[in-house]
Structures are given as structure tokens and as C-alpha cells.
Design a protein around this ligand. Sequence first.
Ligand code: FES
Length: 108
Amino acid sequence: MPTVTYVEADGARHVIDVPVDENVMHGAQYNNVPGILGECGGGCSCATCRCYIDEAWAAKVGGPASDAERDLLIGADGELKPNARLSCQIAMTPELDGLVVHMPEHQF
Ligand code: FES
């Protein structure tokens, strides 16, 4: 099963198995990883699941998948950071095995 490393703002790391086709937000929620809230349940409407893709993975994951995701990220950060994503919008694939995502200091 692919793994995702979730890195908290203070540097604490959580290496979690996340099944293929599951999204990165659920991977955190189901394993009690702090820092990703996911208040809308993955509906792309809250931005409390935002994360920053590690530089080494940015090209593989790609940019926001939709205008809605882009708008939410701008609303949360005040700008569109190049590596920002909503973790609920990233579905795991075998190619993403080893993905590293960084969490913001806070989601609000
Ligand atoms: S869980 Fe709400 S936007 Fe991702």
C-alpha cells in the first residue's frame, strides 16, 4: 500500500499507509493525524484540508485540479501558493507512493 508522510508545521512526521484511490485528507483523518481537519468531508468547499506538496513531489501531484479548489486555496492563504493543494482532491495512486505533504500552522 502506498504511504504518505504528513509533516506538521513543527516538523513532526507521520508516515501513513493510504490505499490507492483514497484521498490524502482521509488518510490523515482516519489515522488521527493532526493538522488536517476536512470539515466538509471532502466536498471541496471548506479548505480546512489544505496542505503544501513537498518540492520533490510537486510536479508529480500537479496544481489545483479545478477552479473551485484554486479559489478556496486563494481564500485560505491570500494567494495561490504554487505547491498548495486541498488534500481531499488528491487521490492516491501507486505512483504517489512516498508522497510528502506539509501542513500549515493552522487551517483557519
Ligand atoms: S475537506 Fe473540505 S475542502 Fe477538502
